[in-house]
Design a protein around this ligand. Structure first.
Ligand SMILES: Cc1cc2nc3c(=O)[nH]c(=O)nc-3n(C[C@H](O)[C@H](O)[C@H](O)COP(=O)(O)OP(=O)(O)OC[C@H]3O[C@@H](n4cnc5c(N)ncnc54)[C@H](O)[C@@H]3O)c2cc1C
Length: 426
């Protein structure tokens, strides 16, 4: 400890002042105004991840949130946590603190200002109004527990608390402060971890097929095929890049590729370049083109279905001349082309890793927490909110909804302990 270090006592110390930590502090202080609530964060300025989220606009939540939008831990627990803070209540909460939301495609909800800063500033204002004590540049380096409570060591101070909430996030985008150090704090108090992998991350491809396609985007359905498990699919836009593939469909499928790899299963990724149409339908479409435009060249026919540069690249890999007239396309070649369109192999070497990932899959397993309170079964008085838990959502505002809902569950659980018979509304 530094010479000038101070010792502070608090009722509740929240480690990590990201989305989940700030929401936990606000909800806890609203429910228990007389309790001293302190948020410790290692970063100089809080909320870096909120600011970069949603392309700087912060996709706060989604109109429809169900357990099937999440992966990792037990779906029943996820369902229970999500039910505790329905989306309508999230929207109302943000309205209360001055953030109006509007709906975009796929049910995504953004602040009407289109600025993530609106969300962060409103949360900081509300926390300050309620009297939450926020201490940036207080990276927690050690956390211990005994009969008297918790001792929390930071580089700047030592604090004691009756309850601690670990809201340290995952490992993704470590420059925001979420460097994964919270996992070690959980482990020091007896927890194990479900193995960690990046999720919602772009994928690096082998070979050079993707390079000339860089910048092209189109609808696809991606399939992760892995030995011993059912194929997993994600649809949406795929963006070809100089390193491989990105875009929402890629980000959504990436965690499944990583999980198969970490579980040492053989895994392959395929793209249906026609967004999920089956081979019979595609073949029928090509036959219709052949009969209505017999002299149309194959490359031009394919360009009606997919971007023309992609069509040219595929025909070149297949060794099929794009100049072939549709009327002269043999059944064998037609089938070869159809197969390529509905099951194009994508040779994934790796993902772009935590530096580029939006979230981290894996984390503190639900079997080690009380599923009603998200309180630790290993260490009394310890709770978890947000991404540190073994859950990750797909793209579309689901990860923030998890942060808000888990924060609500933890805050109400702590309030119930403080005042056992009082029902709570956020
Ligand atoms: C580029 C990008 C865009 C995204 N866009 C969206 C989106 O639009 N919608 C959506 O739903 N999700 C989005 N996400 C995911 C979302 O940001 C996270 O799921 C969410 O922020 C997790 O919240 P959290 O509070 O659990 O963790 P974090 O937001 O990661 O916060 C953790 C905090 O803990 C602090 N911390 C860590 N270790 C310590 C320590 N030892 N001591 C003290 N403090 C510590 C960190 O500094 C950080 O402030 C995006 C993520 C990224 C990277």
């Amino acid at each position: 400890m530094d010479e000038g270090a101070i010792t502070n006592a608090a009722d509740i110390v929240i480690v990590g002042g990201g989305a989940a930590g700030l929401a936990t502090a606000i909800f806890a202080k609203r429910l228990m105004p007389s309790r001293a609530v302190v948020v410790l964060d290692g970063a100089k300025k809080l909320g870096a991840k909120i600011l970069v989220s949603g392309g700087g606009r912060c996709n706060v939540t989604n109109c429809v949130v169900t357990p099937t939008d999440y992966f990792g831990g037990n779906p029943n627990v996820i369902k229970r946590v999500l039910a505790a803070l329905p989306v309508a209540r999230t929207v109302e909460f943000f309205r209360e603190i001055g953030v109006e939301l509007y709906e975009e495609e796929h049910g995504k909800l953004f602040p009407t200002t289109d600025k993530a800063r609106t969300v962060l500033e409103a949360m900081m204002r509300e926390a300050s109004r309620l009297g939450v004590r926020i201490l940036p540049e207080h990276r927690v380096t050690a956390l211990s527990h005994d009969a008297t409570g918790f001792q929390i060591n930071t580089e700047a101070a030592t604090l004691s608390a009756g309850s601690v909430v670990l809201a340290t996030g995952g490992r993704s985008l470590p420059k925001t402060g979420s460097d994964g150090s919270g996992y070690a704090l959980a482990q020091a108090l007896g927890h194990t971890l479900m193995p960690l992998t990046p999720a919602l991350v772009a994928l690096v491809l082998d070979g050079g097929f993707h390079v000339p396609l860089s910048g092209i985007s189109h609808e696809v359905e991606l399939t992760v095929a892995s030995a011993g498990t059912k194929p997993i699919r994600a649809d949406g836009v795929l963006l070809w890049t100089h390193f491989g593939i990105s875009g929402p469909a890629t980000l959504d499928i990436s965690r499944h590729w990583h999980r198969a790899r970490i579980e040492k299963r053989d895994v392959a990724l395929f793209a249906n370049l026609l967004g999920g149409k089956d081979a019979a339908t595609v073949e029928a479409e090509l036959l219709v083109i052949a009969s209505s435009h017999p002299r149309m060249q194959l490359a031009n026919a394919l360009a009606k279905l997919i971007p023309s540069r992609l069509a040219d690249s595929i025909l070149s890999v297949l060794g099929v001349s794009g100049a072939t007239a549709m009327a002269h396309l043999s059944k064998e070649v037609r089938r070869k082309v159809v197969k390529a369109l509905v099951r194009w192999p994508l040779p994934v070497r790796d993902s772009r890793g935590y530096t580029h990932a939006e979230v981290t899959a894996g984390g503190v397993p639900f079997v080690e927490v009380d599923t009603r309170t998200l309180g630790s079964r290993k260490c009394p008085g310890l709770h978890f909110t947000g991404e540190i838990l073994d859950v990750d959502g797909r793209i579309g505002g689901f990860n923030f909804q998890w942060a808000w809902a888990s924060a609500w569950v933890v805050a109400t659980a702590m309030a119930r302990i403080a005042k056992p018979n009082k029902p709570a509304t956020p």
